[in-house]
Each structure stands twice: as structure tokens, then as C-alpha cells.
Design a protein around this ligand. Structure first.
Ligand code: PLP
Length: 385
């Protein structure tokens, strides 16, 4: 086809093919085990599939209400009350979205105008910075402390300015597996008190937290919840990342603005899946026991790798394991990830790509949301390195 010949001024000049696509393609081409992209290689619940099918058969195939169907919003409201002890009104304070990423983009669009500053902790999920820039905002990137990946209190205080409009949090954290603690909550309460700063809290891995730790949802803390939009993903919780279903919680004043954007972005999310998830959530263990499944996978993978030359960093939540390879080679992480895929047959993601200005701690991220068989085969190959 003949291409349009006029000038193109890219709105995202730095964006190319993401590393996730590149590594997945390389894994495929090299016949390697793909632990790069964050998605399960095991099936979701048969019951959930049957429910979606049943609701399709029942004729629930047209547009859902813009905010999402009420039974699902009611189930979410009850779950949040039960787990985090706070009230989000299903009518005004909960919106169902087409996945976590759409909810993040919508929240950023609703709030950020040209020149506004947004604090982003790095390494970070790759959609935050483009979403800020698309809305004219300025990302103020602050590195998490290595190797704990906690927030440096002093650095955060120094990053706040009169232009700070938003702070983006992510707990449990992709790509590092760290989780936020009470000291960080207290710091955030102190820093935001008396300001107009809004918090965007990405909690898509809320149910994947280990060793008996409690997920410190921002919704638990009234001083923070009053200024927060909190994002969740059914894709992560129910092993259905391809369904792109999530939701946002926010107090009414913030949610009103969120919905103004949401209605013109997607209007509403998939109808039969919403009905199916609402029913599936009636059984609490469907979400409340997900951490056990992943804790077993984390432990299996780490135990199998204990005799390898890789250093295993602790994972407190999410389904990612960081491995440090500084005792094997001093190659750049982007180069080593490619060589490891080609020579050892295991694909991972280099951590430097999660920074605006790459920082190389010689770390690779491996996704352990995989069958036992996949994890055993991958570990065997990594142990030979
Ligand atoms: C930290 C984080 N936020 C958001 C998302 C996106 O969630 P969804 O697949 O529901 O759009 C992901 C997915 O990888 C993620 O890791």
C-alpha cells in the first residue's frame, strides 16, 4: 500500500516495539522457554469459562452500563470491605474497566494536564510514562533503593514541587516483587497532607503476596484513600490476562472525573465476562487463595535455582523473580538476556528497560506464573549456565 507522504510528528517519538514483544518473539524463534512476558501458561478455571459461556448463551451480549454491571460492582464493594475494611459505594465509587492498563491511562488522563509533574518510582511498569507524556505531563522519575526496592524518604521529599500533581505507586511491585510497608504509608500520608496531590495506586497483584504478609492496599488508609484512584486487574487474579478486565476504586469526586474519560475511551467493558466474574467471586477462595498457588511456584523455582550461579533476590509479591548474574558476566542486561535466550534457551526481561534512563544492576526478571513442568525445565537449563 502507498503510504501517506505528509510529515508525521510522533506523539511518542521514543516508543518502539516493547521489550516484551521482542523477547517473546525471540523465545519463539529460538524455541526457548518463555519466562519473559507476565502471563500464566496454565488454564484458568473451567467453572469461570462455563459461566462466561452460559451468560453468552443467556443473551448478555450487548453493551454493559458505562460504569460496569451492578452485581459486579456490588461484589467488589463487599470484597473490599471484607479485605481492607473500607466502604466504596458501588453506584458512585467503582468502575469496571477493560483491564488495568486502560484504568491507569484513564486515571492519568483525567488528572494530568500539560506541565503537571508526576512522581514515578523506577523501575516501573512500562505504561506509566507514555501515559503521562501523552497528556503533556512531566514524569519525575525516582529510583527505588537497590537491592530492597523501597522508597528513599529523603529523595521523595526532595522530588515534590509546587507542580506535583500525582504520585504513582505499585504494590506488589512489577518488576521487582517488593511490597510497600507501613513506613512508606506514613511517609506518603505526611507528604500529601494539606496538598492537592492525587495518588494513583496500581494494585493489580493485590492477591499475589507471600509469607503471610498483608497487602497494604491504599484503600485501608483513609488519609490516602480520600485522594487515591486504585487500580485492579481480574486478568492477574483469575489467570485470564487476555480478557483485559479490571476496575478502579475512587471517592466520588475523583470517580466522576475518571468516568468522564472512561465513557469516551471504551464506554464499557465486556458484558458476559462481567456477569461471569460477579458470580465467580461469590466463592471467596477463588481470589483469596491465589497467593498459595503462586507461593508454591515461587518456592519451587527458587529452590531449583539454589545451586545455580544466579543470585536470587527476595520476592514478596507479584509473579516475578529477579535473578542477579553479576558473578557470571559483566555484560549489559539487555545483551545478556538475549544471549541467555539463545544459548541457554530461557527468555527473561532485562530490568534496565524498566527505567527511563537505563540503570544496570545485572538483573533479569523471570515470570514464574508457569506450570511446574515449565519451571523445572527452565531451572534445569539455568542451572547449567
Ligand atoms: C504493574 C502492572 N500494572 C498493570 C498491568 C496491566 O494489567 P492488565 O493486563 O489488566 O491491563 C500489569 C500487567 O502486566 C502490571 O504488571
Amino acid at each position: 500500500m502507498l503510504a501517506f507522504q505528509g510529515p508525521i510528528q510522533s506523539k511518542l517519538p521514543k516508543a518502539g516495539t516493547t521489550i516484551f514483544s521482542i523477547m517473546s518473539q525471540l523465545a519463539h524463534a529460538e524455541n526457548a522457554i518463555n519466562l519473559s512476558q507476565g502471563f500464566p501458561d496454565f488454564p484458568c478455571s473451567e467453572e469461570l469459562i462455563n459461566l462466561v459461556h452460559a451468560y453468552m448463551k443467556k443473551g448478555m451480549n450487548q453493551y454493559a452500563p458505562m460504569q460496569g454491571i451492578m452485581p459486579l460492582r456490588e461484589r467488589i464493594s463487599a470484597k473490599i470491605k471484607d479485605l481492607y475494611g473500607c466502604d466504596y459505594h458501588p453506584e458512585k465509587e467503582i468502575t469496571i474497566t477493560a483491564g488495568g492498563t486502560q484504568a491507569l491511562y484513564t486515571a492519568i488522563s483525567a488528572w494530568i494536564r500539560p506541565g503537571d509533574e508526576v512522581i514515578v518510582f523506577e523501575p516501573c511498569y512500562d505504561s506509566y510514562i507514555p501515559a503521562i507524556e501523552m497528556n503533556g505531563g512531566i514524569p519525575i522519575c525516582m529510583q527505588l533503593e537497590f537491592p530492597t526496592f523501597q522508597i528513599n524518604h529523603e529523595k521523595l521529599r526532595n522530588s515534590i514541587s509546587a507542580k506535583t500533581k500525582m504520585i504513582i505507586l505499585n504494590t506488589p511491585h512489577n518488576p521487582t516483587g517488593s511490597v510497600i510497608g507501613m513506613e512508606e504509608i506514613a511517609l506518603l500520608e505526611d507528604i500529601t497532607k494539606g496538598t492537592d496531590i492525587v495518588i494513583l495506586s496500581d494494585e493489580v497483584y493485590e492477591h499475589i503476596i507471600f509469607d503471610g504478609e498483608k497487602h497494604l492496599s491504599i484503600s485501608r488508609f483513609p488519609n490516602l484513600a480520600e485522594r487515591s484512584m486504585i487500580i485492579f486487574s481480574f486478568g492477574k487474579t483469575f489467570h485470564v490476562t487476555g480478557w483485559k478486565m479490571g476496575y478502579c476504586l475512587a471517592p466520588e469526586r475523583l470517580m466522576t472525573e475518571f468516568r468522564k474519560i472512561h465513557q469516551f475511551m471504551v464506554f464499557s467493558a465486556n458484558t458476559p465476562i462481567q456477569y461471569a466474574i460477579a458470580e465467580f467471586m461469590n466463592d471467596k477462595k477463588n481470589y483469596d487463595e491465589v497467593h498459595l498457588l503462586y507461593q508454591n511456584k515461587r518456592d519451587l523455582f527458587a529452590n531449583l535455582l539454589s545451586g545455580s550461579r544466579f543470585k536470587i533476590l527476595p520476592t514478596h509479591g507479584s509473579y516475578f523473580q529477579l535473578l542477579q548474574y553479576d558473578s557470571i558476566t559483566d555484560e549489559k542486561d539487555t545483551e545478556y538476556a538475549i544471549r541467555l535466550t539463545k544459548e541457554a534457551g530461557v527468555a527473561s526481561i532485562p530490568i534496565s528497560v524498566f527505567y527511563n534512563t537505563p540503570v544496570d544492576h545485572k538483573l533479569l526478571r523471570f515470570c514464574f506464573a508457569k506450570t511446574e513442568q515449565t519451571l523445572i525445565a527452565a531451572a534445569e537449563r539455568l542451572c547449567k549456565v
